[in-house]
Design a protein around this ligand. Structure first.
Ligand code: ADE
Ligand code: ZN
Length: 363
């Protein structure tokens, strides 16, 4: 590896395909579904490859962007995971996270709960501590530079199996203060939540909060949602749109106050059923579910949280009132102190007053 030098500043630049209206730009935002590993922009990939002496198949940002070709979850994951090879040092992780938080803050994000997948890196020989310490330094710096608060949620890769997940959980125990929760992501095929019951049981006993992905239109989606809620006691479901296929599941999710973290722009690039996802999201809101919005993996899916909200407004006709409600839901389900929750709710209440929104819609 070559000597460490900073990644170029333009690594944080983001040109939006969905520029926000001024009133949407002013909305205080809370991001509940973002994969830090999935925020690697082409410019940063190029800079890190050069800095770390890693040979990559592309020689320009454009070529990297052109390599983002996929049509479903497994093909997306293959492209995304192949980009991880440029991340090696603690500084790399710090810069990756700082770049995300800087872009998010520029779109009005006030609080973010961020997934990270350590197994993508420890399996290549990167020390667990270097990853977590790098992310933590970025969180501290971003709080002081932008006033944005952020937390880490460690996800287990479903395709690595339960034993590997348990070992990873053990590595996380000494970072209990820096990692608020654990989640489950990656390829869902033949990997139901039940496979991870012991891991999540242990995580809960260790005091971690719990969430897990139930991606859209997977094999056995509704059964996975049921297992996640009933058998594993998840507090949130990441995506989870298929909940709307079962009245019983909707009722279960409503009574247990399960949070859903949905990601509109990514659904538009996985055309499994055209674009009815936006209608499903509206149905979830109308059914009284706690629906928040996230951006998943922005460089691959066309944007950050502001872009996702603007997309909902322009393509799905979501009103400012509805988009505001998703931010109130995000604060409701956030794993923050009572004091931070209050601050965020006050910001949203102030916004509702200034924009003549109906605050009772959130009651
Ligand atoms: N890892 C990154 N994005 C993901 C997604 N949408 N589903 C599962 N695993 C992921
Ligand atoms: Zn995700």
């Amino acid at each position: 590896m070559t000597a460490v030098s900073p990644a170029p500043a333009e690594a944080t630049a983001h040109t939006s395909r969905w520029p926000m209206t001024p009133e949407l730009a002013a909305l205080p935002k809370v991001e509940m579904h973002i994969h830090l590993d999935g925020t690697l922009e082409p410019a940063m990939k190029l800079a890190l490859a050069r800095r770390n002496g890693v040979t990559i198949a592309q020689s320009s940002e454009e070529e990297i962007r052109d390599s983002f070709v996929f049509h479903d979850l497994p093909t997306f994951l293959a492209v995304h995971y192949s980009n991880m090879d440029v991340l090696w040092t603690s500084l790399d992780y710090e810069e990756l996270c700082y770049a995300y938080l800087s872009t998010a803050a520029s779109q009005g994000v006030r609080h973010a709960e961020m997934f990270f997948d350590p197994q993508l890196h420890t399996s290549r020989g990167v020390p667990f501590d270097d990853i977590v310490r790098g992310y933590r330094r970025a969180i501290v710096r971003a709080r002081s530079d932008f006033g944005v608060t952020a937390e880490l949620i460690m996800c287990f890769l479903r395709d690595y199996g339960a034993d590997h997940a348990m070992t990873t959980l053990m590595s996380a125990l000494r970072y209990r203060d820096w990692i608020i929760g654990v989640g489950l992501d990656s390829d869902e095929l033949r990997h139901p939540p039940a496979e991870y019951a012991a891991v999540f049981g242990r995580a809960r006993r260790e005091g971690f909060q719990i969430t897990m992905h139930c991606d859209v239109d997977q094999v056995d989606s509704t059964e996975h949602i049921r297992q996640a809620i009933e058998d594993l006691g998840t507090q949130r479901i990441d995506h989870g749109l298929n909940v709307m296929e079962s009245d019983a599941l909707v009722e279960l999710a409503r009574t247990r106050r399960i949070g859903f973290t949905v990601c509109p722009l990514p659904y538009s690039t996985h055309p499994t059923r055209g674009l009815p996802e936006l209608e499903v999201i509206r149905g979830m809101l109308d059914a009284g579910l706690l629906v928040s919005v996230g951006s998943d993996d922005p460089p691959y899916f066309g944007g950050y949280l502001g872009d996702n909200l603007q997309f909902m407004a322009e393509v799905g006709g979501f009103t400012l009132q509805e988009l505001w409600l998703t931010q109130v839901h995000a604060v409701d389900i956030a794993w923050v102190s009572a004091r931070r929750r209050q601050e965020l709710l006050e910001e949203l209440a102030g916004y509702a007053r200034d924009h003549a929104l109906d605050p009772s819609a959130a009651e």
